[in-house]
Design a protein around this ligand. Structure first.
Ligand code: UT7
Length: 338
């Protein structure tokens, strides 16, 4: 499906990514350590997923505390006082509580009161959804500075006896501060947020019996942990990811080779590699850090963005494509001129 046309022509307001940050737990857990508790090997995990190690929270660390650290660093990098933030959008499926949202307390913790605050639940697509919403708010002219976060502690929803899921996920947070600029050429050129609820039971986290699908085959028996049909999700994700990228490029009349960088959700190295080969991009133009973080859900694209900024691999004027797919199913693309 072709998305809406490039939306930059509708506004004279540009958006820049003014600063980025991350919040990552100090504790790391290698594949070999996991192999001591479930029937798996470093070789299987690395070959099938690309993951070597992941960060996991310890006592006292939550998605909110990681997110607060990430946003504070992003504000510092941006040189924008917290008090000038108009809004904070936090993508997470692991907030501390159902109310208040993590975003409300993050705003208070970084000193951004009374900025607006909202958590969005779009699973692994949460940060790209947030980027799209944040940039659109700024392009209306009514907001100047928006903090966008992806923060997750999937380890708290993991069945550590289930080798098909426990090897995949990691904890972490990443943030970006978006700011209005007079340079109308800068910002989000195209965005799309999509979903398909027909596949919800391929990846879900049931609270109790009432949440189970009619055919509960595959349910691991542990409520409040992630249930995933990995093969189904993989097949859907490969096709959808590639279609979403094509739609973004076609809508903006951009060729893959024009992209300075593709920043994909880090769910499986094989999925990223298939996309890269199809786009005929060299390895250094599609970012990969799944080996060090695993799948950090909403945080993954945000962490990648920060690492690229730190490595000075993004420059003003670059075309950059953000793309993510996750539970729901949800998926999103965001094409930016930096
Ligand atoms: O972020 C968005 C949400 N998640 C995803 O995008 C995940 C998408 N799915 C995937 O990445 C892959 O499907 C997985 C990495 C989860 C699994 O890889 P796979 O190549 O699809 O494996 P499979 O499920 O087809 O299983 C192949 C074999 C099975 O054994 P049999 O039936 O062939 O004897 C599994 O029991 O591998 C076995 N297996 C394992 N073996 C060692 C499954 N998990 C493990 C494990 N270690 N951890």
């Amino acid at each position: 499906m072709i998305g809406p046309p490039a939306n930059k022509s509708n506004t004279s307001i540009g958006v820049r990514i003014a600063g980025t940050g991350i919040g990552v737990p100090a504790r790391t857990v290698s594949n070999d350590e996991l192999a001591k508790t479930v029937d798996t090997t470093d070789e299987w995990i690395a070959q099938r997923t690309g993951i070597r190690t992941r960060h996991l929270v310890q006592d006292g660390e939550t998605a909110r505390t990681l997110a607060t650290a990430a946003l504070a660093q992003a504000l510092d990098h941006a040189g924008i006082p917290a008090g000038e933030l108009d809004m904070v959008i936090s993508g997470t499926l692991t907030p501390e509580m159902c109310t208040p949202s993590d975003a409300v307390r993050i705003v208070a913790d970084v000193g951004a009161k009374p900025a607006g605050a909202v958590d969005i639940s779009a699973a692994c697509s949460g940060f790209v959804y947030g980027l799209n919403m944040g940039s659109a708010l700024i392009q209306t002219g009514m907001y100047r500075n928006v903090g966008v976060i992806g923060a997750e502690t999937l380890s708290k929803l993991t069945n550590w006896d289930d080798r098909t899921t426990c090897i995949l996920f990691g904890d972490g947070a990443g943030a970006a501060v978006l700011a209005a600029t007079g340079n109308a050429d800068q910002g989000c050129l195209y965005q799309r947020m999509s979903s398909d609820g027909a596949m919800w039971s391929s990846l879900y986290c049931p609270r109790d019996q009432t949440n189970l699908p009619m055919d509960s085959t595959g349910f691991t028996g542990k409520f409040n942990t992630l249930q995933m049909n990995g093969r189904e999700v993989f097949k859907f994700a490969v096709v959808t990811l590639q279609r979403a990228i094509d739609d973004a490029l076609n809508a903006c009349d951009v060729k893959a080779d024009d992209l300075a960088m593709v920043i994909p959700h880090q769910s499986n190295i094989r999925m990223i590699e298939l996309a890269r080969q199809r786009l005929s991009l060299p390895e250094d133009r599609i970012y990969v850090n799944i080996d060090r973080y695993g799948n950090t859900s909403a945080a993954s694209v945000a962490i990648c963005l920060h690492e690229l900024v730190e490595q000075k691999r993004l420059h003003e004027g670059d075309l950059v494509l953000f793309v993510a797919i996750g539970g729901g199913m949800t998926w999103a693309t965001s094409l930016w001129r930096l």
